[in-house]
Design a protein around this ligand. Structure first.
Ligand code: FAD
Ligand code: N01
Length: 538
């Protein structure tokens, strides 16, 4: 236990992370008059958009909805250039918000939080940084991001490789020169699919190492015209309500019709229209049972497979690119010329399920059947999602129980509303496991969580309540609901990072709340309206 030391700074709240979540949390708490300190491992604000600087990185939610909505002034002052903004523009936006609200003065950069321990006697948290220093706060708020712990496979011989290696989620600030080089990319998720077409244009030779083929639809990105921008601004009040009470945090939603109710010709017509229009949910929103019923889901899946066959000229390559998992059970992907890229002479595809990677050598990569000489290897291998960033901190609640210990077995991952977990009083997890987070436009989920937590802290202060904690019964019920809702769809039938399946040894279990952001908001509001039902305090 830490004695009250004279030099240990004490805050009302400590927030870890200076991405979209941490920044808005800081703003809300500061506005309410609390002392707040944000700690950020990176050297500046931005989170995802600070780290993921790989070529082709951009958002998959339309820019006009992928921004803060809490300030009308900010909404009116910022103008997006394209339907899907690129990483540098999103990072500029975050910097603009940080400057406008003067957020940096309460953020300590280049500081990783390594441990946080609840002090039962004082009802506060002792939070330790990577330089060993300590800070105390009544509320410990994690804004760590769902996708901030990079997953780099531990390949045999990796340290012998003489070339350059990069992970998409830890991309250097300097431009990486692919010009004329022999480049390998491992991974064909959203990051790989965005990066591959851009790298291919520069590289001498690009070899893609694919484990699981993916469904992807064209983004049909384009510059935004001023008419769309002014109409959006005029109607933002209404749009915001639609987003908040929707399924995925965008103003539209699935049509109330089964894919099996339409004729094959009608389905084809609608899918083709969606393909031309582009967008993350455009194809799936034609029907309300894609990702739910296998037969309905297959209609969309086979449409995309046909498209891949039509686009990719080489028969063998097209075959390797055919996905077979249930469509829409991973985050859908939208691309710019992804499948077209395989028609380039300098691009080849290796199916590493059929021909697994054996090891890295000083010169490149060796599979069971071949050797690939490489100058650069890009890992587009994703993240230890949701729980990964939490487990990187040694978080200890009551009785010195660690969060990792508590959740060790997948079946024991228990949260209440994805915001709190029993035994860890006064700790809030923004976009935590078992909240809608990654299944949505995350800006909507982030703002909802931040607002809920800020209001909750206001309530606790007003009522002089301490040691605010989820009950074991409430989290048991919530966790069962999360699993049951996922099981009503095909989500839990696919090996995805939503299920923890991408990380060796990670327990399987669906990691989010799949009931939609609108329903989730209503539940959270109901909990607070009932005096924070499901929580206890002293
Ligand atoms: P993050 O942006 O991940 O920020 C978390 C911060 O916490 C990071 O800066 C990290 O350094 C810091 N941190 C973590 N652990 C510690 C620690 N121990 N100590 C100190 N600091 C720590 N979502 C969408 O809805 N639409 C999109 O279009 C979209 N595009 C994406 C594209 C990419 C490439 C990726 C990877 C994700 C994308 N996402 C998208 C999800 C995206 O993560 C969220 O939209 C959003 O940016 C998350 O914000 P955040 O603040 O919650 O987390
Ligand atoms: O990561 P992923 P990501 N050996 O986990 C493969 C958001 N995002 O960074 O499918 C070989 O999806 C892995 O194979 P498999 C978005 O939410 C959004 O691409 O596990 N291969 C897969 O092909 C997204 O869902 C955007 O069999 C290995 C790939 O690497 C999330 O972030 C852009 C491997 C990883 O795909 C994660 O996306 C980028 C190994 N050991 C990210 N380990 C937008 O467009 C993994 N793979 C907005």
């Amino acid at each position: 236990m830490v004695e009250r030391q004279q030099n240990v700074p004490v805050f009302d709240a400590v927030v870890v992370g200076a991405g979209f979540s941490g920044l808005y949390m800081l703003q809300r708490l500061r506005e309410a008059g609390y002392s707040v300190r944000v700690y950020e491992a990176g050297e500046d604000v931005g989170g995802t958009w600070y780290w993921n600087r790989y070529p082709g990185a951009r958002c998959d939610i339309e820019s006009i909805y992928y921004n803060y909505t809490f300030s009308e002034e900010i909404l009116n002052e910022w103008t997006w250039s394209a339907r899907y903004a690129e990483q540098p523009e999103i990072l500029s936006y975050i910097n603009y918000v940080a400057d406008k609200l003067d957020l940096r003065r309460d953020i300590q950069f280049n500081t990783r939080i390594t441990a946080a321990r609840y002090n039962e006697q004082n009802c506060n948290w002792e939070i330790r940084m990577d330089d060993g220093s300590l800070v105390i706060a009544e509320y410990f708020i994690t804004a760590l991001g769902c996708l901030s712990a990079s997953n780099v496979p531990d390949l045999k011989g990796m340290d012998t490789f003489k070339g350059e290696m990069y992970h998409t989620g830890r991309w250097p600030h300097e431009e990486v020169d692919f010009n004329g080089k022999r480049v390998g990319v491992i991974g064909t998720g959203s990051s790989g699919i965005q990066a591959i077409p851009v790298i291919a244009k520069e590289a001498g030779q690009l070899t893609v190492f694919q484990r699981t083929p993916q469904y992807s639809c064209p983004a049909q990105n384009h510059p935004l015209d001023s008419e769309v921008i002014s109409q959006t601004r005029e109607n933002y009040g209404e749009l915001k309500q639609l987003m908040r009470y929707s399924m995925h945090g965008v103003p539209s939603g699935p049509r109330m019709r089964s894919a099996l109710e339409d004729s094959p010709e009608e389905r084809e017509r609608l899918y083709e229209k969606a393909w031309q229009e582009g967008g993350l949910f455009t194809l799936t929103y034609n029907y309300n049972d894609i990702g739910i019923l296998p037969e309905a889901t297959e209609t969309a899946a086979s449409f995309i497979r046909t498209k891949i066959k039509q686009v990719v000229q080489d028969h063998d390559t097209a075959q390797k690119l055919m996905p077979s998992y249930y469509y829409a059970t991973k985050r859908p992907i939208i691309d710019t010329d992804y499948f077209e890229t395989y028609n380039r002479d300098n691009v080849s595809l290796v199916d590493i399920k059929a021909d697994p990677i054996v090891e890295m050598t000083p010169n490149g990569l060796k599979t069971t059947n071949a050797e690939y000489d490489l100058d650069v290897l890009v890992f587009a291998t994703g993240f230890d999602a949701m729980t990964g960033p939490l487990f990187k901190i040694d978080i200890r609640g009551k009785n010195d129980v660690s969060l990792k210990q508590k959740w060790e077995d997948g079946a024991n991952l228990k949260t209440y509303l994805g915001l709190a977990t029993s035994g860890f009083p006064n700790m809030f997890m923004l976009t935590g496991p078992q909240s809608p987070s990654v299944l949505s436009n995350m800006m909507v989920s982030i703002e909802q969580h931040v607002d809920w937590v800020a209001d909750c802290i206001g309530y606790l202060r007003e009522h002089h309540l301490q040691a605010f904690e989820a009950t074991a019964e409430a989290e048991e019920f919530w966790s069962q609901q999360c699993a049951a809702i996922a099981d009503m769809s095909l989500l839990s039938k696919t090996d995805s990072w939503y299920m923890g399946a991408n990380i060796e040894g990670k327990p399987r279990g669906f990691l989010a709340f799949a009931g939609g952001v609108g329903l989730y908001r209503l539940i959270c509001d109901d909990v607070s309206a009932r005096g924070y039902e499901g929580f206890t305090s002293e």
